[in-house]
Design a binder for this molecule. Structure first.
Ligand SMILES: *Cc1c(COP(=O)(O)O)cnc(C)c1O
Length: 233
C-alpha cells in the first residue's frame, strides 16, 4: 500500500515539477509518519526511495528515532515545539526543525545546544503564521520575521535555512495558493541577509500547488501512509 501510494505521489510530484519548469531534485518529499508505527517507516524505506521523514510530537520522534537507528534517513521535526521538550528533541539530532516561531524558543534552543552539543550547529526554519486570524495558532507573525531571523542569525549553534508554513484548512485546496505566494515573497525578501533556500509547505491536499509556488520540501502524510486513526489534539 505504501509503495503504491508513494508511486502515485512521485508521479504527481514529477508532473508538478514539469509544469513549473523545475527539476525533480529541487523538491524533497518528507513522509509524515506521525501516529503511524515505526514499522510503517521501515516499510517505506524498504519499498520506496523515500529518505526523509517528519514527526510532530517529541516523544514519538524520539521513540521512532531509537527504533530505526539502522536507517540512513533525514529526520524532520515539524510539530509545535514546547520549550520543555527541546532538550529531548535536540538529543536525537533532528536534521531540520521546521517550527521555530519565537525569540524565547530560539534562546532555549541556543542555550541547550551550547550545553549539550557545543561543537555542532542545528539547522532550523521559521514557521510563519498565516494571515487568517481565526485559525492561526502558531508561527511568527510576518511583521516580526525580520527581528526573529536576525536574532537566529546571531546564535552560534543555530543556522536559519528558510521558512515553513501551515496554511489554514480550506475547503478548496486551490485557495491555499495565495498563502504559498506570500511566503515565497517573504523568503525572497529575506534572502538578502540569509540563505533562505528551504521552503517547507504543501501537504497531501495541496502539494502540487506548493511545488508550482516554489516549495523545496513538501510534507505528505495521509497520501503516503493512509488515514491516521488516532484523535489528534
Ligand atoms: C500532519 C502534518 C502534515 C501532513 O498532513 P497530511 O494532510 O496528512 O499530508 C504536514 N505538515 C504538518 C505540520 C503536519 O502536522
Amino acid at each position: 500500500m505504501i509503495k503504491e501510494n508513494y508511486e502515485s505521489i512521485e508521479r504527481r510530484v514529477c508532473e508538478a515539477c514539469a509544469r513549473a519548469g523545475r527539476k525533480r531534485e529541487s523538491v524533497t518529499v518528507i513522509g509524515v509518519s506521525k501516529l503511524h508505527p515505526a514499522e510503517a517507516i521501515r516499510e517505506a524505506y524498504k519499498t520506496t526511495p523515500l529518505r526523509a521523514f517528519g514527526e510532530n510530537y517529541v516523544q514519538e520522534f524520539c521513540a521512532k528515532r531509537d527504533a530505526l537507528v539502522d536507517l540512513d534517513v533525514e529526520w524532520h521535526f515539524i510539530g509545535h515545539l514546547q520549550r520543555n521538550k527541546v532538550r529531548a528533541l535536540l538529543a536525537k539530532r533532528p536534521t531540520l526543525i521546521h517550527t521555530v516561531d519565537s525569540i524565547e524558543l530560539t534562546d532555549t534552543l541556543e542555550r541547550i545546544m551550547s550545553e549539550d552539543r557545543p561543537e555542532e550547529v542545528q539547522d532550523v526554519l521559521i514557521e510563519v503564521r498565516h494571515g487568517d486570524e481565526d485559525t492561526a495558532k502558531t508561527g511568527c507573525y510576518p511583521n516580526q520575521l525580520e527581528e526573529l531571523s536576525e536574532h537566529i542569525a546571531r546564535q552560534r549553534h543555530l543556522k536559519l535555512r528558510g521558512l515553513m508554513l501551515i496554511p489554514p484548512i480550506e475547503a478548496d485546496p486551490a485557495q491555499t495558493r495565495h498563502w504559498f505566494k506570500d511566503i515565497f515573497r517573504f523568503a525572497a525578501w529575506m534572502n538578502d541577509r540569509n540563505d533562505m533556500s528551504v521552503l517547507s509547505y504543501g501537504m497531501s491536499s495541496d502539494f502540487e500547488i506548493a511545488i508550482e509556488e516554489g516549495a523545496t520540501h513538501v510534507r505528505i502524510g495521509t497520501a503516503i501512509f493512509g488515514e491516521r486513526h488516532v484523535n489528534e489534539s
